[in-house]
Design a protein. Structure first.
Length: 397
């Protein structure tokens, strides 16, 4: 079987972690099923040289004369990344150049088929732009397509107006043979708002890469908490910082490491200083995959106090490393964590979050890395998830 992946988000030189899980999942599928071929079709959705802004005409003119070249990258013997550049701009003008973006993806299809043969299925990640592109490729080339939806909350506010969801989202969902939701919560959210043939497959990670490692620590070391995520309101870092202030008042010896960058980074650093947390917080900045693994292996617990989520990949990475997790009941995370693996706090509630952290820190010894890892393998292993995905591919084809 030949499968083409069309991602809405994908790593770029400027944003190496954007959509990295989509790339990694494609590689994992190819690794588990070497008899099938996987192509990843990219056009530069997150690549700065291809993002044009009306407010910056000179910069835009320069970019028009420096368009990147087509290229291909072999990721595995049966998995290849194809890049045909296309400019992107505001959706208010010609739908963000969607016609030429579809043309770029069609070029990628032709290159894939020259090397591997006819494509049997298109798999888009997120209904727009990926799903919208896949819908038109499907219409033009008579190839079935499926969508994995990741939007949280669903749909993004930019796709809603006066309570009505944009057709850029609803049309692909209605035409897709299957829409794969990454959580039961997301499935319920979509079912109440759009027509779609829904099923659920959770996200998955490389458990051969994210593995437990014994943490060597002194009994006088502070409790080491880790947060990794985009520094934006959705992830609730401000709530975590306020909870940390409460914990320090109770004389708990604690350290918080923060990995990631984002548009609210300076605001959160200012809040950290205002709360007097400078001696207890370490800002790690943007992390590559090896650094993410290292810090997960070295922390005592992972904390993700989000305001809304579906099926956070970073929680799966923490569980694969055998770490207990504290997160919030904000949609999908509460589906992922049992009492043996961590605690669930109320969202938007620093008091409850600080209480959950205190409970976990007082009972760290009961959270067994081997048990957490085994539970992860039983419920979230990549082999289990890719088998489910293959079953859907076969049923559609």
């Amino acid at each position: 079987m030949n499968i083409l992946i069309v991602p809405s988000w994908y790593p770029s030189p400027e944003n190496p972690n954007t959509g990295i899980f989509i790339k990694e999942q494609a590689i994992l599928f190819a690794r588990h099923f070497p008899e099938h071929n996987v192509g990843i079709s990219t056009w530069g959705s997150n690549h700065q040289p291809l993002l044009l802004k009306i407010a910056k005409p000179f910069q835009t003119l320069v970019k028009l004369f420096k368009k990147p070249d087509n290229h291909q990258i072999l990721l595995a013997p049966n998995c290849k990344e194809y890049f045909s550049p296309a400019y992107t701009w505001t959706r208010k003008i010609l739908k963000g150049n969607i016609k030429n973006i579809i043309t770029a993806n069609t070029k990628n299809i032709r290159e894939f088929e020259l090397q591997f043969g006819k494509i049997d299925l298109i798999h888009a990640h997120v209904s727009h732009p990926g799903g919208y592109i896949a819908m038109h490729l499907s219409r033009n080339l008579n190839i079935p397509f499926v969508i994995t939806e990741h939007m949280t909350p669903f749909p993004f506010s930019s796709y809603q107006k006066n309570g009505k969801i944009s057709k850029l989202v609803t049309l692909p969902l209605a035409e897709a043979s299957k829409t794969i939701c990454v959580s039961d919560f997301l499935k319920r959210s979509i079912a109440g708002k759009a027509k779609a043939n829904l099923c659920v497959i959770n996200n998955f990670v490389d458990e051969d890469f994210f593995t437990p490692k014994q943490k060597i620590s002194d009994r006088n070391d502070p409790i080491s908490l880790l947060f990794i995520g985009r520094l934006v309101p959705q992830k609730g870092l401000d709530i975590l910082l306020k909870a940390l202030k409460i914990l320090l008042k109770s004389k708990l010896h604690i350290e918080l490491k923060i990995g990631g960058t984002g548009e609210n980074e300076k605001e959160y650093q200012l809040l950290c200083n205002e709360l007097g947390l400078g001696n207890n917080v370490v800002w790690l900045g943007n992390l590559d995959r090896n650094q993410v693994k290292h810090y997960l292996q070295q922390c005592d617990a992972f904390v993700l106090p989000s305001r809304n989520e579906n099926n956070p990949v970073v929680i799966l990475e923490a569980l694969a490393c055998g770490k207990p997790v504290i997160t919030t009941s904000c949609g999908g995370p509460e589906e992922m964590i049992t009492e043996a693996e961590g605690l669930i706090a109320k969202p938007e509630n620093p008091d409850d979050l600080s209480n959950k952290i205190k409970i976990l820190s007082d009972n760290l010894s009961i959270y067994n890395a081997t048990t957490t890892r085994n539970n992860f393998m039983e419920n979230h292993s990549s082999k289990m998830s890719t088998n489910k995905l293959l079953d859907i591919y076969k049923s559609v084809v």
